[in-house]
Design a protein. Structure first.
Ligand code: OAD
Length: 269
């Protein structure tokens, strides 16, 4: 790993030699290579190339076809628990059939190269963990876990009587997915870790998120205010794009492997 001065020279060589990693700005590569601490926030776009639909993409997003008020709130569950359970059951099956994509795998490589690394996700699909990422901070829960809607305890098995939703074997309450719905509080330990990661990093990546759902959407701003270099990776502009130091408008599954290739080439130089 070159020192900072050497790094500038090496990046300069990259620039001069027609940098083969054209989509990665040399200045970004330089800051990334010099970083001691890296934090990543991901959203649904990171799983799009695994075939998991996002929420807000115009044609394919889930909220283009379904209403969050009818499916992703405590009120919706009280009103029609069967509908909510069955919708999540459909998504659970979809996620079970999906595989991590090159974006997930590149983030595992990234974690392996930085001693101080935080991966914060709004995704509930568990694909980061299946790719091999460790200590993932899940802000919105995980669809593969089920909990009792009365007691909040995680339930791993129950009597399959054909009821939808099934009932808690301990108290008879209705079971629900262990995800955070609209109007529900965020999990406190995860929010604390996410804040620490965002305010104590040299480089912060906001990847595949529309940055419209708070409090997660505030994390790139926190990183910015704390002096980090902030990078957005998203083929579409978001409300945050203009504030990012670097906005790479390509798919995460293309950009992230290129970024890791460029970083490894620079370190080996
Ligand atoms: P959204 O659906 O709001 O945004 C997905 C973003 O991914 C969009 O900005 C797309 O442009 C971008 N995108 C699509 N394909 C991509 C790709 N291949 N590479 C990179 N980016 C890509 O999803 P989130 O921002 O994750 O919350 O949504 C935040 C929260 O709103 C979700 O966690 C969920 C939702 O309602 C709850 O259910 C509580």
């Amino acid at each position: 790993m070159p020192g900072e001065m050497e790094l500038i020279v090496v990046v300069g060589c990259f620039k001069r030699r027609n940098n083969p990693y054209m989509m990665i700005p040399a200045e970004l590569l330089q800051r990334f290579a010099a970083a001691k601490s890296v934090t990543v926030l991901t959203g649904a776009g990171v799983s799009a190339e695994s075939g998991v639909p996002t929420f807000r993409d115009a044609q394919t997003g889930l909220w283009a076809k379904f209403s969050p008020e009818e499916l992703a709130t405590p009120r919706a569950f009280r009103r029609n628990p069967r509908l909510v359970w069955e919708w999540y059951d459909w998504r659970r099956k979809l996620v079970a059939g999906a595989k991590p994509n090159p974006a997930h795998l590149a983030l595992v490589e990234m974690q392996n190269l930085f001693l101080r690394f935080h991966l914060i996700t709004q995704n509930v699909d568990g694909l980061h963990q299946r790719a091999g990422s460790r200590n993932v901070i899940e802000l919105h829960g995980n669809i593969t876990r089920t909990k009792c809607s009365e007691e909040g305890t995680i339930i791993s098995s129950w009597n399959d009587t054909g009821d939808a939703p099934p009932k808690c074997p301990a108290c008879g309450g209705l079971l629900r997915p262990d995800v955070v719905w609209f109007e529900e509080p965020m999990p406190e330990p995860e929010m604390r870790q996410a804040m620490t990661g965002s305010t104590h990093c040299d480089v912060f990546f906001s990847i595949g998120t529309s940055t419209v759902v708070y409090p997660a959407a505030a994390l790139p701003l926190e990183a910015l205010q704390s002096g980090a270099t902030v990078v957005e990776i998203n083929p579409q502009p978001t409300p945050f794009t203009a504030q990012a130091h670097f906005a790479l408008a390509r798919a995460a599954g293309i950009v992230l492997p290129e970024l890791m290739k460029a970083l490894k080439a620079l370190r080996a130089f």
